[in-house]
Write a new protein. Structure first.
Length: 107
């Protein structure tokens, strides 16, 4: 079973999205986020390469994948086979331009 590690940037984005969800939509929305994240983390631990490769990040040295979270977001992650670890690098709002995603991952 793979380890799942959240990078600092992804953790900060998650906090921001949860704060916004709480203020705008209430506790139930935050609870739904947590349930969905737990579902994704469990799947990543069991099957680290099961989500779709992220086409906008192809040819970047790592096989980035995207797990859809709450319809409008993706958890951008990659699997390091040697350490058997999945690293969640970024939470991408899919309504944004993919060019911004490439910049945010590699800045």
């Amino acid at each position: 079973m793979a380890k799942v590690i959240w990078r600092e940037k992804a953790s900060l984005l998650l906090e921001n999205h949860l704060d916004y969800a709480l203020a705008e939509f209430g506790r139930k929305a935050v609870s739904n986020w947590y349930k969905e994240i737990l579902r994704i983390e469990t799947r990543l631990a069991m099957h680290p390469e099961s989500f779709t490769p992220e086409p906008s990040l192809a040819h970047r040295g790592k096989a980035y994948r995207g797990a859809i979270l709450m319809k409008n977001f993706k958890l951008i992650h990659y699997y390091d086979i040697e350490s058997d670890t999945v690293y969640i690098d970024y939470i991408w709002d899919m309504r944004m331009n993919p060019v911004k995603l490439r910049r945010m991952i590699f800045d």
